[in-house]
Write a new protein. Structure first.
Length: 157
């Protein structure tokens, strides 16, 4: 298995939008937004002014997009430092359990370590996602029980 991990660029917008649809279906969504809307949202998120997020993409040996790690830097973290927050880690099922996710996590840790003032990498997973929890445990990461997540939908007020 040969893969390349690299930052997303504008030429990837359509492929990332297609992968986002796959991710939505993976999580059980049945209401998929129209392709053009998804395309616009990916473009705004990754290349707007300012960008809302960054993404590392995984290409297989034939150049097909097979995975991504979407992240943002958040401030403040410990003290006045900041953190890299991993929002989404996804690898297509054809390459799961082959080390691609571990490579993405290594790359994210390297990005955080190389950025002055970045003190940590943080992420969440659902309690009822045993595969993700087992994956992170296999990499030596311990679960942190210190936070409770809140969420409010802005479209309902």
């Amino acid at each position: 298995m040969t893969v390349t991990i690299r930052p997303a660029d504008r030429l990837d917008i359509m492929a990332v939008a297609e992968l986002i649809e796959e991710i939505e279906r993976f999580y059980g969504s049945t209401e998929i937004q129209p392709r053009e809307e998804r395309h616009s949202q990916v473009e705004e998120a990754l290349f707007g002014s300012p960008p809302l997020a960054s993404a590392l993409l995984v290409e297989d040996g034939t150049g097909n997009l097979v995975g991504l790690a979407a992240y943002s830097f958040l401030w403040p973290a410990a003290g006045s430092s900041h953190s890299l927050f991993l929002k989404e880690l996804y690898v297509r099922d054809t390459l799961r359990r082959q080390g691609v996710g571990a490579l993405l996590m290594d790359e994210l840790r390297a990005l955080a370590a190389a950025r002055p003032g970045c003190s940590r990498v943080e992420w969440m997973t659902d309690r009822d996602n045993p595969n993700a929890r087992a994956f992170y445990k296999s990499l030596g990461f311990a679960e942190f029980d210190g936070k409770i997540v809140y969420r409010v939908d802005t479209s309902t007020g």
